[in-house]
Ligand binder design. Structure first.
Ligand SMILES: [Zn+2]
Length: 863
């Protein structure tokens, strides 16, 4: 009987959907219940029905404001601004009665995550907090379109079920996680919409141009930034998250157009080991509500395949390490208005309706499992302390030496993740109290601390939806040490850090002879660009020198920048005031010097120095180029270093004047759209002194064009049998075998030649690099041409097969190649990964500033 009823409901649904001419009505999405007539319906505001066309971000924003103005159930807050200055908003939706005591309820709910208070808390009095978020990938738009109907339903719906929901829960309703992406995508699809349906997948509407709407302004994937929080959208969102500590967070996405619908749990063997087992059981139990809700309309779906809960930088996984349950939804994408797929015609309305159904089932689960989820959160923090007590690792000590700017970036991430961090009270090996910090494991965020610091090289599964390693001390290239029971942690714990230390870089005194600017701080390249752009003459010192400064004797390392007072366009006073400004703006240390003769090492007028030129940098972007990687470079130079970067579209290179630039950046990508003529022009530009920085597959392209001479090793499959008869393998394993052969984001150790200009600013012997490809460079015959190489045992953290690891061992990590007067610097890895790989940004920036200062150490290409 039940089945017959369900079939009937399903048939009604099918009749309502079909062609675009039969436009959906609001009742296609929402149940037939009474609605408050004073609340504006979406169509009355927008002039079109939900699902009829794609809502733009500004329309969505103003409709949400309209609802917030009309409904006493809603309080609207703006929690961040995107790079393009679009507001990120959240509607706090709950009963009118709860709205009247929102702050009391928030604090009561927060005390659940504090074991000192939570034991005496009666969860009957605590509302469940549910965070529902839509379309973090801007071109996965059914989420934000569904949010129109959902917000209306929550504002206007009148029945006992809604009353109970609003009474027992506080909903943080986030209609759009990615305003810039949604605006970019909606503009494309709406401007290509036809009045009569055109559903051919190859039509222009479904094929947005590079970089597409998935990402934010600088082409970052916001759904990888929940833990590192390098972008304003995530910073604001995670701040809001911790103000409320939700019990459930849902993250509404889309996937390929021929797929169905996915909801979590994901792959059971790919759950991050720091996530409690009970989390996955609760995810499964919540999944039953989703299943029922989709069964009722006949929508196909699946669970436990493809997606996973491993990387904590994702919206559906970050909550798992914060006492909550994160749920990922993936709906097949119409990627426009109505597209032909292997399941028939897929409309935006159909996709949005599934998102609405999954939002309803989340409400049902929130009410039905309320006490269970609240108790889970209470226990999560209680057991965190118990597990921390049993963990042999007692804490992590780290230091960035004197680089206050870089350590502040890391402290910022820790504080934003509610991690307790302290100054180091007594010296530990070479880490001193002056620059050292300590994160104890015995704290409420124990699991997240483990998730951020630990290095892991063994795994239950060999496939990863995203990266397999992200250990922060490695990403920041920090000197660090794990503490165990024999380290007396209480003797090491200093004062707790509650706010970021102020950066105190100042230049007090005027130099009468010269100034020395040290290169080993994060923003030194920003300072150098500013100096060169002001036409200040700057010498790069290729050797150490020990010299008298006003504050005593000091040794300056290789790579120090020397700014003589003479030979400048500026007067001594002008130079002093400019340098004073730069020291504090760019957080760099500048020392005034009064003479040129050093006590040890080179003198200030030494020929072991190079007068630096202003880098004029351009980057090839567009079809074939990895937009994430390109965006990371753009963000690094523009946002962090205040350096202009010309973005050259690959389709317009024929008209581009290479001679106006000193340096061309080519990130990972396939460059086959570059014509033979342009390739020849790039080659002659390099021959006459132009420099290229090439990463990933750009190296392969430059090799194929005779522009560089890096020898790549042949790719060997980990499953290839070298000799003898090939044994049969199960066909069912074919995709898993292929996936496990990838290097899907892991961290490897290199050693480097600290006398090489590309290594200036680095000290110590090793530099960890992040890698997510299988491009292995042979070490060259020229002994100077590979100044960074992988060690013989390079795996620091993450997953890699033995075959791949063997290929990587001792291979070149940075290779200096060239044609004529120019250099091609090849870096197979990505030194700017997701904006949180601070440790290798300097390597990349060195290539922009110092390539021309590398003499006689290149491998020349045989002509
Ligand atoms: Zn997505």
């Amino acid at each position: 009987m039940k089945r017959i009823v369900l079939t009937l409901i399903w048939m009604v649904a099918v009749i309502q959907i079909t062609p675009a001419q039969n436009l959906p009505q609001l009742n296609y999405f929402l149940p037939d219940i009474p609605y408050d007539q004073t609340i504006t319906k979406p169509a009355a505001f927008l002039g079109y029905e939900v699902g009829e066309r794609h809502v733009s971000h500004d329309q969505l924003y103003y409709y949400m404001k309209q609802l917030a103005g009309e409904s006493k159930r809603i309080k609207l807050i703006e929690y961040a601004r995107s790079f393009e200055q679009r507001p990120l908003i959240c509607l706090i939706i709950t009963s009118e009665k709860n709205q009247g005591q929102l702050e009391t309820l928030r604090l009561r709910h927060l005390s659940l995550s504090d074991p000192k208070q939570s034991a005496r808390l009666n969860v009957d009095d605590v509302p469940l907090v549910l965070y529902q978020g839509y379309s973090i990938h801007g071109n996965e738009a059914s989420g934000s379109n569904a949010a129109l109907a959902m917000a209306y339903y929550l504002a206007a719906g009148q029945n006992a079920e809604i009353n109970e929901l609003l009474d027992k829960t506080i909903i943080l309703f986030d209609p759009c996680f990615n305003p810039d992406g949604v605006q970019r995508f909606s503009n494309w699809v709406n401007s290509h919409k036809s009045q009569t349906t055109v559903s051919d997948p190859t039509t222009r509407e479904f094929n947005e141009p590079w970089p597409r709407g998935r990402t934010n302004h600088y082409w970052f994937d916001l759904n990888r930034d929940w833990m590192p929080q390098q972008l304003p959208e995530s910073k604001g969102r995670v701040r809001l998250y911790h103000q409320w500590r939700p019990n459930v967070l849902t993250d509404h996405h889309e996937m390929g157009s021929n797929a169905t619908f996915f909801f979590m749990p994901g792959e059971p063997t790919r759950v991050n080991p720091n996530t409690p087992k009970l989390n996955q059981q609760l995810t499964k139990e919540i999944g039953r509500y989703h299943g029922e809700s989709l069964d009722a309309i006949g929508s196909l779906y699946y669970t436990r395949e493809g997606y996973d809960d491993y990387y904590y930088g994702k919206g559906s996984t970050y909550p798992d390490v914060n006492g909550a349950v994160g749920i990922l939804f993936e709906q097949a994408s119409a990627r426009g208005h109505a597209q032909t797929t292997s399941n028939g015609l897929l409309t935006l309305a159909f996709a949005a309706r599934n998102q609405v159904r999954a939002s309803f089932s989340t409400h049902k689960a929130a009410v039905g499992m309320r006490t269970k989820l609240l108790n889970y959160q209470r226990d999560f923090y209680k057991t965190a302390l118990e597990e921390a007590g049993q963990d042999p690792v007692k804490g992590y000590v780290f230091s960035a030496g004197k680089d206050q700017a870089i350590i502040n970036q890391f402290l910022d991430i820790l504080l934003a993740n509610q991690v307790k961090v302290y100054k180091l009270k007594s010296n530990l090996n070479s880490i001193t109290t002056e620059t050292g910090y300590l994160v104890p494991t015995n704290q409420l965020q124990y699991r997240l601390v483990k998730g951020m610091f630990e290095k892991r090289t063994t795994f239950e599964d060999s496939l990863f939806y995203d990266i397999s390693a992200w250990s922060y001390p490695l990403a920041f290239n920090l000197e660090h040490k794990e503490l165990n029971a024999t380290d007396n942690i209480s003797s090491l714990l200093g004062e707790e850090i509650n706010r970021l230390p102020t950066l105190n870089y100042t230049l007090q005194n005027k130099g009468t002879y010269a100034y020395a600017l040290e290169w080993d701080t994060y923003y030194a390249p920003k300072a150098l660009y500013r100096l060169l752009n002001e036409q200040i003459r700057v010498r790069l010192m290729h050797d150490e020198f020990e010299i008298e400064t006003l504050s005593g004797l000091k040794t300056f390392k290789r790579g120090t920048l020397l700014i003589p007072v003479q030979h400048q366009r500026h007067t001594g006073d002008q130079l002093f005031s400019l340098l004073k400004e730069i020291a504090s703006d760019c957080a760099v240390s500048i020392a005034p010097l009064s003479k040129g003769l050093s006590l040890n090492g080179i003198d200030l007028g030494s020929p072991s120095s190079t007068v630096l030129g202003l880098p004029k940098v351009a980057m090839i972007v567009g079809d074939g180029v990895d937009a994430n990687d390109a965006g990371e470079v753009w963000h690094l130079l523009d946002d962090r270093m205040s350096m202009p970067l010309a973005l050259l579209d690959v389709s317009g290179l024929n008209a581009f004047k290479f001679e106006d630039y000193t340096t061309l950046v080519m990130v990972d990508g396939v460059y086959q759209l570059i014509s033979a003529g342009t390739s020849a022009r790039i080659k002659s530009w390099v021959a006459s002194g132009g420099n290229i920085v090439a990463m990933g597959r750009a190296i392969t392209w430059l090799n194929s064009q005779g522009i560089c001479a890096a020898t790549t090793k042949a790719n060997v499959s980990s499953f290839e049998i070298k000799s003898g008869e090939v044994p049969m393998r199960p066909y069912a394993n074919v995709s898993a075998d292929g996936g496990s052969d990838l290097v899907a984001g892991a961290i490897f150790n290199t050693y480097f030649d600290e006398t090489h200009p590309l290594a200036y600013g680095y000290s110590g012997k090793n530099l960890p690099l992040f890698r997510s490809n299988r491009i292995y460079l042979e070490t060259p015959k020229n002994a100077y041409a590979a100044p960074f190489r992988y060690t013989s045992n390079p795996l620091l953290s993450g997953y890699i097969t033995k075959t791949n690891l063997d290929q990587l061992k001792n291979s070149a990590a940075v290779l200096v190649s060239g044609t004529g007067a120019g250099k091609v610097i090849c870096i197979p890895d990505n030194p700017n990964f997701r904006a949180f790989w601070y440790g290798t940004n300097k390597l990349f920036l060195n290539t922009l500033f110092f390539s021309s200062a590398i003499a006689g150490s290149t491998i020349q290409r045989a002509e």
